[in-house]
Design a protein around this ligand. Sequence first.
Ligand SMILES: [Zn+2]
Length: 468
Amino acid sequence: MNKKKLIILAIILGSILVICALILVFKKEIKLELIGKANISVNINEKYKDAKVKACYGNIFSCKKIDYSTFGNVDTTKLGTYKIRYKVTHNKKSKTVSRIVKVVDKKNPTLTINTKDFTICPNGKTKNYDYKAEDNLDGDLTEKVEVKVEYDKLVFTVQDSAKNVTKKTFSYKKEDNEAPQIALNGNKTKYVLVGESFSDEGVNVTDDCDDLSGKVKTSSSVDTSKPGTYYVNYEVTDEAGNNAKETRTVIVYNKNVDVTPSEKTIYLTFDDGPGPYTAQLLDILKKYNVKATFFVTNQYPAYESLITREAEEGHSVAIHTYTHNYSYVYSSVENYFADLNNMQEKIKKLTGKETRLVRFPGGSSNTISRRYSPGIMTTLANELEARGYKYFDWNVVSGDAGETTSTSKVIANVTSNLRSSYTNVLQHDVKAFSVNAVESIIQYGLTHGYHFAPLDVTSPGAHQKINN
Ligand SMILES: [Zn+2]
């Protein structure tokens, strides 16, 4: 090849290059570029403003803005990965770019420590400190706070579900000035019938530093063979020498003694039975040698044999009514006594004896009877007396007739209203919650100088004012 040919070739190649360059420079095309980064993280619940894209059609000298479409959106209230797509279509050509936006939780939980001076136990155990942890997403994280001793620092750490960690460290002193706590199992005052066995329920001991189970010293003077007031003493000392004491009072008492009522007499009276709970009640009364009075009805004839048992076990059997039907018994004097005679017949059949004791449904002061027969209570009261009966009301209500259905309330109503002379308590042995109160009432009475007696014709009537 000679020199001339070489020059021509160079010119041709050079021209091709120039033409190509010119084509490239002046060629029009779609340009679509993201403004900002292709991958973005945004904190949850923070505002996200998309930087969009630059879209134009043209060459390096001039590029004319064109419209683009955006697909997808970012929900900053929900953690997740979102994709936003931008698309341009121009002159039958199209182009797409996209951006990834991650909604993340980068916010650390807050950890507020209120304790000022930190101590740990001499054995290295941490104590209870006052702190609170909250997180923007997880809410209250106080339960998740970890407290650890790391060398000479006390370290509080909490981590949220996005693994953001907050950590606080404090200096501490080793000391234990806090006494153990003794909690009695069972009641602080126990009542034991003389001769019965007493087994102590013990205590539960907690301490901020030490495991003191099995370290409680118990001393007891309880002698259940003799009535009296006794104490069980508990004492415990922790490793640092802090000491705690607790005492239980045990009252050993005698059964009820049958005496002629003078003062501090309790007449337990039960209306409306016998019924499903009467047998249980009779067992309790027998255990304490307490005699009561049953104002019986024929409302639950399946239980009528318990009237026999009541009489056999020394209780007073008395008439409440046969039907306990107000509209019948208070409709006329004749009907009242017809009903009363029915009950008297039944009692005679079941116990072999008549009774002279009566209680009106609703008591002598009831006003319901006005509805059926104005003035009838006055007539009935006089007529009962004329026929050799004695009627009884009451002077302490247990509340079991409607005021309450709580055993503890019945106990409180009775024990807080006992009279120094005599107390006639109204209860209903057809109500389980009321029957369940009787044992505690007896225990209270026997350990507070009262005695129990059944009603008889010489007992006080506890009369209320007749209102009809
Ligand atoms: Zn009644």
